[in-house]
Design a protein around this ligand. Structure first.
Ligand code: HEC
Length: 122
């Protein structure tokens, strides 16, 4: 096939389009759905320690410090195991709420899953 200016421009266009679209695909940050059982000590408390505890000391509502956070969440009615997604802990870190920016998609999903699994102190 004889190559001319317009086919070259067309090919470059296609290549740029491919680079652009595949580039976008790989740039997407897909939320990681947490698998298996969520454990309070191994999963939830490290999340609170890393993202929440500095602003939620032991005299706050909820207290999210290691050792006292679980009791604070339960006694403060932040957890509703019969309707997990309405739990105040979950609602507060979800889209449109004031703590939204402190949790990632994965941490939100983990929190909901932990509540769905019975919100155990495990
Ligand atoms: C920069 C400080 C800061 C960080 C970090 C922070 N919080 Fe808060 N949090 C606050 C303040 C201030 C309030 C009270 C005002 C409000 O409700 O927005 C609050 C309120 C809350 C409430 C509602 C309390 C109530 O009784 O109404 C919950 C639940 C909560 N935070 C959970 C979290 C969780 C979970 C994290 C970590 C993902 C977190 N917060 C991180 C400062 C913070």
């Amino acid at each position: 096939m004889k190559s001319n200016k317009s086919t070259n421009i067309f090919s470059i266009g296609i290549i740029l389009l491919l680079l652009f679209t595949t580039g976008c695909y790989y740039d997407q940050v897909l939320p990681v759905e947490p698998e298996g059982d969520i454990h309070y000590a191994q999963d939830m408390q490290p999340f609170f320690d890393a993202r929440c505890a500095s602003c939620h000391p032991d005299d706050s509502q909820p207290d999210l410090q290691l050792g006292t956070s679980y009791n604070s969440l339960i006694s403060g009615n932040y957890i509703n195991t019969s309707d997990p997604s309405s739990s105040k802990l979950y609602v507060k870190i979800s889209a449109g709420s004031s703590m939204e920016s402190f949790a990632t998609e994965t941490e939100r999903a983990m929190t909901l899953k932990w509540i769905e699994q019975g919100a155990q102190n495990n």
